[in-house]
Write a new protein. Structure first.
Length: 360
């Protein structure tokens, strides 16, 4: 039964992602919105729906560690797993508007969440504050698009077609795609959690690893399909927007709805949340390198995702191994990786800028 649910979940995820990308791309043309804006809103809202559902379910079931671990793990997986793996398949072009506004917002919200978590809990008032920032972010996003400060709209494929018919068709695609994504992620996570609980893994580890990966599969499927179809703006915007939505909606809205405050473990404050903040900050130099995420950068990101998953499991099953990994990460691997990412990213940025100045 678990094998059937897992297989069916994968099929629904891939099919739902294909339909969702098709509908979102058409909707961008119908409403004269850029595909980056659609990726940051419609697609990221939809692909964050599994995280939101899991967070509410775990919160009401008295499992708040899964809720917090889900958000932290998903935000880490979105950058390291999704951007990393997708850019290995297809180098991703990053629109300048993401670097100018959305990535700084993602990094700022990650830092804000870490600051709010320092007292060991996220109270309902703090969750409501995060939820209120969603209105500010969406308003700013659509205002910039309306004023023409966002990315340009690709109307090359928008002919003399019947716009109302296209809109209904696109909305139907998006709805069917979201249903497939949510059901697929739910079935896949259900089987994975049963296996993890059978082996006696803690709720926090389940949230950061199994649940986070499972609920990030819609973003992974959507980004890979979008990138292979040439919709790279949707692929990158989906990841950045999903990370923002995870903090503002999944954690903010669900935390405001739940009748209790969200406790935060010491291990999350000491390791997981700072790592999430560092991963978000690494998006700056990675995306600045010619506004492209290259294959070698994607491989580096994906390698760190594998290492983080191993560390999360080892910290529960074999603490002495986790301590050794932590030591070498802080002293050797971490600094070298940051040097490569920041050095390579800014070097590529200045070389491209110098090239553009010489040709102008």
């Amino acid at each position: 039964m678990i094998a059937f649910l897992t297989l069916a979940g994968f099929v629904l995820l891939i099919g739902g992602a294909e339909i969702l990308v098709r509908g979102a791309s058409g909707l961008a043309q119908s409403f004269r919105l850029s595909k980056v804006v659609i990726g940051l809103t419609v697609v990221s809202f939809g692909t964050s729906a599994p995280e939101f559902a899991v967070s509410l379910q775990s919160g009401f079931a008295g499992q708040p560690d899964i809720l917090m671990g889900n958000v932290i793990g998903s935000n880490i997986a979105n950058v390291l797993l999704i951007l990393g793996l997708t850019s290995i398949f297809v180098p991703l072009i990053v629109h300048e508007s993401l670097i100018r506004m959305d990535v700084p917002i993602m990094v700022g919200l990650s830092g804000l969440l870490y600051f709010l978590a320092l007292d060991g809990q996220l109270v309902r008032l703090e969750s409501a504050f995060l939820a209120s920032l969603l209105i500010v972010y969406l308003g700013l996003l659509f205002w910039m698009n309306k004023k023409g400060k966002g990315p340009a709209v690709d109307l090359s494929q928008a002919g003399e077609q019947d716009q109302p018919t296209l809109i209904w068709k696109d909305l139907l695609y998006i709805t069917l795609g979201l249903v497939g994504l949510v059901l697929g992620a739910r079935w896949l996570v259900a089987g994975a959690v049963d296996v993890a609980e059978y082996f006696g893994v803690s709720e926090l580890v389940i949230g950061i690893t199994i649940v986070a990966i499972g609920t990030s599969l819609p973003e992974l499927a959507t980004s890979i399909v979008a990138a292979t179809k040439g919709e790279k703006d949707i692929a990158v915007g989906n990841v950045v927007g999903s990370n923002i939505m995870n903090i503002l909606v999944v954690l903010g809205v669900s935390g405001a709805i739940l009748p209790v405050d969200i406790p935060i473990q010491v291990s999350s404050i000491r390791i997981d949340l700072p790592f999430m903040l560092i991963v978000a900050a690494c998006c700056f130099p990675v995306m600045l390198g010619g506004f492209t995420i290259h294959r070698w950068e994607g491989a580096l990101l994906f390698g760190w995702f594998v290492a983080f998953m191993l560390y999360s499991v080892m910290s529960f099953k074999a603490p002495e191994v986790a301590f050794t990994m932590e030591f070498w990460t802080y002293r050797v691997a971490g600094p070298l990786t940051l040097l490569a990412i920041f050095g390579g990213g800014f070097t590529n940025y200045w070389m491209d800028r110098k090239k553009n100045l010489s040709t102008s």
